[in-house]
Design a protein around this ligand. Structure first.
Ligand code: PBG
Length: 339
């Protein structure tokens, strides 16, 4: 039987002799697997973990179901259980009580404080893992800002000194990758210098290169109780309207000695991931942030989406856009589903 196409455009194209049929490459799962261009692997992940003071203490972040803040003893257990699933890269953030916070983030240098102490324990117990740390003032700042506040403004250059000391203190505890998430100008270069001067040439820097002033960080700020006490972060984090500016940041970070460039958030910034991947020679990471996680969890809990399929599709899209590395709260559950 001859099928006659009624579309006017078919007049010029005889479907009966159509030679090019993309569907042939989709005809079976094995063929689809052969031509598949991208794959998400557990080894692509860095799993963010939240650390709190105390012992035997674990509390779920309300806006991030399945994600907990752990005391040091339990974070060690959590890392061990993730390693069994093939996750070997972790980024640890401290969640501190208000009494530890001040204007200059002093607690970030406290060798006996929960953060630095636990970093040492983690690296001692699990030397084979990649331990990434966070450099920014907000978890320790009574102002809730990533930089130093003077007369209501976030001052750049005085912040750099604080950040570079913080980075060296973390390197002393065994950090493998330092993650400056503050968006101050010049911080990658200053941190690189400080690390090298202190003998930490081998410690890497994963710069939060294109970190946008995003509403997607809401649940993370709940987790750390780190929301700004006044104003917003728009004088240092990037305007979501801008793409070209990300290339400018990427050029600077590359010149200042970054080893990896990160885009954050991920889902709403896939174009930026792609642009950085195509225009730089450094590996690109993307941070699939708290709000992105929360949205999937919330819609999943309501039965409005197939949570796992949506999760996998999002992670794949981040890879496809050009990220080699993904920081994601989904790391453990994705790994669990692989086993
Ligand atoms: C702050 C920091 C933030 C995140 C990582 N480091 C939040 C912010 O800038 O306010 C967000 C991560 C997430 O939302 O998952 N230095």
């Amino acid at each position: 039987m001859t099928w006659v196409c009624s579309e006017p455009s078919c007049q010029f194209y005889n479907v009966n002799t159509m030679q090019i049929r993309p569907r042939r490459n989709r005809k079976s799962e094995t063929i689809r697997a052969l031509i598949r261009e991208n794959k998400v692997s557990v080894s692509d992940f860095i799993f963010p973990l939240f650390l709190i003071e105390g012992k035997q203490s674990k509390s779920e972040v309300t806006s991030m179901p399945g994600i907990f803040r752990y005391s040091a003893d339990l974070i060690l257990k959590e890392i061990e259980s993730c390693m069994k699933l093939g996750i070997f890269n972790f980024c640890v953030f401290p969640s501190l009580p208000d009494k530890r916070k001040d204007k200059i983030a002093s607690e970030s240098l406290n060798k006996n404080g929960v953060y630095l102490k636990t970093l040492r324990q983690i690296k001692k117990q699990f030397p084979e893992i990649t331990l990434m740390t966070d450099v920014a003032m907000d978890p320790y700042s009574s102002d809730g800002h990533d930089g130093l506040v003077q007369n209501g403004r976030i001052v750049n250059d005085p912040t750099l000194k604080i950040l570079s000391r913080m980075a060296v203190a973390q390197a002393e505890c065994g950090a493998d990758i330092i993650g400056p998430s503050d968006m101050m100008d010049g911080r990658v270069g200053v941190i690189r210098n400080a690390l090298d001067k202190a003998g930490f040439e081998e410690v890497s820097i994963m710069s939060y290169t294109a970190k946008y002033a995003s509403a997607f960080y809401g649940p993370f700020r709940d987790a750390l109780d780190s929301a700004p006490k006044f104003g917003d972060k728009k004088t240092y984090q990037m305007d979501p309207a801008n793409a070209k500016e990300a290339l400018r940041e990427a050029k600077l970070d590359s010149e200042e000695g970054a080893d990896f460039l990160m885009v954050k958030p991920a889902m709403a910034y896939l174009d930026v991931i792609k642009s950085l991947n195509e225009n730089t020679t450094l590996p690109v990471a993307a941070y699939n942030v708290s709000g992105e996680y929360a949205m999937v969890k919330a819609a999943g809990a309501k039965g409005w989406i197939d949570e796992k399929k949506v999760r996998d599709e999002i992670l794949l899209s981040i890879k496809r856009a050009g990220a080699k590395i993904i920081l994601t709260y989904f790391a453990k559950e994705f790994a669990l589903d692989q086993n």
